[in-house]
Ligand binder design. Structure first.
Ligand code: NAP
Ligand code: 8YV
Length: 326
């Protein structure tokens, strides 16, 4: 397949770099001094993209310069960085990396929840700063007696729910539709769910449909004992409203793995004590990033071997079975 040209849009893991280099002729867009000239020279040869979620939008502007593009293989289960409607219109397949990261992200969500409620990062700072010698760390809030509401009871949402049950925390949820075969109570709106729980965990896709589905009203409904956890995307919450709610103690605390404008997050977050902030690391273990990287490579290999895409996004599943022989 060495005659097949694949464009890499950002920094990739060694698994992706090695897997692609072994099979294809690879072009690294991020290494080009002049992006326009680079695409002008190499764009017409490119038949596949290996995309990283954090390196800019993949849409019409790039597609226009890649007239022979067949497939975008995205590193990440979320693909709000790819304009799927535009890809569909042009007959371009888009794949993502579902399942292989589900348990890792669910583990992190529970870790973030415990760190937030039991104030683990502040407690560690108490020890490291030497303050322990002056007195014990103050008693923290508790998970005991709390109820969890999950927004987005998909693969990861269900894995989070299973873990919450093991912790003795009752679960209810919101999504666009009730999930079949699920006994957890369903709430028809995010606000209604927030009204009925005191921990709200976000694990939906990003993009226009979920933009700021958590607003000032939802945070108000969550209440002064409420804990907000976000492992979905920064775009799902109105960050102005969240910062205000944390400052004014309209909610108790937040645990955030995702933000708008990563990595240039709002400076106000850094000043807020009642929040635990992580740099988008939910899937970030060596084990899981290797599995995600392998799936990025395998989708391209399968497609160009004529076996179709392995994990096409649902919107493009019907055009993804064909594949093109190399
Ligand atoms: P999934 O199986 O497709 O689940 C997504 C869930 O969101 C579904 O239950 C869906 O239910 C619900 N949903 C979709 N649109 C919605 C809307 N407009 N309003 C409310 N609920 C909606 O996906 P997954 O594998 O669990 O991954 C979920 C998301 O987690 C990803 O898209 C990504 O944004 C995020 N994620 C973050 C990290 C991280 O590093 N922090 C890592 C992995 C994933 P309905 O169809 O019934 O609405
Ligand atoms: C990735 C994620 O690290 O899978 C997702 O949706 O958010 C993370 O697992 C991210 O997409 C890589 O940029």
């Amino acid at each position: 397949m060495k005659d097949i040209n694949v464009l890499v849009t950002g920094a990739v893991t060694p698994t992706v770099a090695d897997g692609l280099t072994n099979a294809f002729t690879v072009h690294h867009l991020a290494k080009a001094d002049d992006r326009t000239a680079y695409l002008h020279e190499h764009g017409p040869k490119v038949r596949g993209i290996a995309a990283t979620g954090s390196h800019g939008a993949i849409g019409a502007e790039l597609f226009d310069q890649l007239p022979n593009l067949e497939i975008v293989s995205n590193f990440g289960v979320g693909y709000d960085n790819v304009d799927v409607g535009e890809a569909r219109r042009r007959g371009i397949v888009v794949t993502n990396t579902p399942e292989v990261l589900t348990d890792e992200v669910a583990d992190l969500a529970l870790g973030l929840l415990i760190a937030t409620v039991r104030q683990l990062t502040r407690a560690e700072q108490h020890l490291r700063s030497g303050a322990w010698r002056q007195g014990a760390f103050p008693l923290s809030p508790s998970l005991r007696g709390r109820k969890v509401g999950i927004v987005g009871l998909g693969r990861i949402g269900k894995a989070i729910a299973t873990r919450c049950e093991a912790f003795g925390l009752p679960v209810s949820y919101h999504g666009r539709n009730p999930q079949s075969g699920v006994a957890y109570p369903y709430h028809k709106s995010v606000e209604d769910l927030a009204q009925n729980v005191d921990i709200l965990i976000m694990v939906t896709p990003g993009g226009p449909e979920t933009r700021q589905i958590v607003n000032a009203g939802v945070l108000q409904a969550l209440g002064p004992n409420g804990v907000f956890i976000n492992v979905a995307r920064g775009s799902v919450v109105d960050e102005d409203a969240l910062i205000a709610a944390l400052r004014n103690k309209t909610i108790l605390a937040a645990g955030l793995d995702v933000f708008e404008n990563e990595p240039n997050i709002r400076a106000e977050f850094l000043e807020i004590e009642n929040a635990v902030l992580l740099p988008h690391v939910a899937s970030g273990s060596v084990h899981t990033r290797q599995a995600m990287g392998q799936l990025v490579v395998d989708n391209l290999l399968s497609w160009f071997d004529g076996r179709g895409a392995i994990t096409p996004v649902p919107e493009l599943a019907e055009v993804a079975s064909g594949g093109k022989a190399s």
